[in-house]
Every structure is written in structure tokens, then in C-alpha cells.
Design a protein around this ligand. Sequence first.
Ligand code: 8DG
Ligand code: MG
Ligand code: MG
Length: 142
Amino acid sequence: VVAPPPSPQVAVAICLLRDKSVLMGRRLVSIGNSKYSLPSGHLEFGENFEECAAREMKEETGLDIEKVEFLKVTNNLFMDQPTPAHYVVVFVRAVLADPMQTPLNLEPDKCGGWDWYEWDSLPQPLFGPIKAMVMEGFNPFT
Ligand code: 8DG
Ligand code: MG
Ligand code: MG
């Protein structure tokens, strides 16, 4: 039996904005392990981007979000991984439905914990794709 060729996958990553800060966490999964990244996850069959963003945010942090807006799409190759991967990533921004709500680390096997970071002092090391976007001048606040 021959394995089917791999396919590109679609993910949604969320810039959750609170004052001057965004929510980030340290990845504990193979792609980008130990690097800081935004909450994100795979688009499920039949979902729109806003639904995916709200679902992944709820699953990973317990937070309810609103005002989800499309920002940018990127094409990301991870060819030097043990299992090569190809992601089309839809970046959105959103805000908290309740500004008093605080993030929970609901997938501690995948994330070291969530925290708020000001855009001009993001945590290091950043996950490659978001690092590249920041270096190109991407700013989810503008
Ligand atoms: P799921 O099973 O919950 O659907 O997925 P997940 O476990 O939450 O997936 P994820 O790793 O959080 O996100 C899916 C992929 O998105 C990730 O493996 C790599 C890709 N991705 C990029 N660029 C970026 C980025 O800048 N930030 C984040 N967070 N993920 C990104 O290609
Ligand atoms: Mg995720
Ligand atoms: Mg997820």
C-alpha cells in the first residue's frame, strides 16, 4: 500500500487584541516547538473563518471572542520537519466579548500557557511564520 501524497492544510490564527496587547503562548507541539505563537487551529469541514477562530479560541483558552475580522493569508511550508507540512493560514483579529475574562490553558499538552504581550515587546523566540510577518511590518492593531 502506498501512502497518499500529503495535502496542504488550512489553519486560522487569531490576533486577540486587548488594549496594546495580544494573546500568545509557547507551543509544545512538533511544528514550532517551544516557540511563542498565536492561538490557532485547523479549519473544519463546513466552517467559515470566524466560526473556526471562535471555536479554536474557546477550545484552547476558554475565551469568548467577537468582532472577528480577516487580516491576511499566508502560505507556510514546513519541509524540514520529520513529517513535512504545508499550511495556508488565515490570520484574523478579534477582541474579548467580556474584557474581564482571563485565559485558561485548556490544552496543556499543546501550550505552555497563555499570556498578554504588548506588540512592541513580543515574547522570544517567536514562531517562524509570525516572526517573519512582524519583520515585514505586519501590525494587527492598524
Ligand atoms: P486542531 O487539532 O485544534 O485543529 O489544531 P491545533 O493543534 O490547534 O493546530 P495548531 O498547531 O495550533 O495550528 C495549526 C497550524 O497552523 C500549525 O501547526 C502551523 C500553522 N501555522 C502557520 N503559521 C502560524 C502562525 O503564525 N501561528 C500559528 N499559531 N500557527 C501557524 O503555518
Ligand atoms: Mg492550536
Ligand atoms: Mg486547537
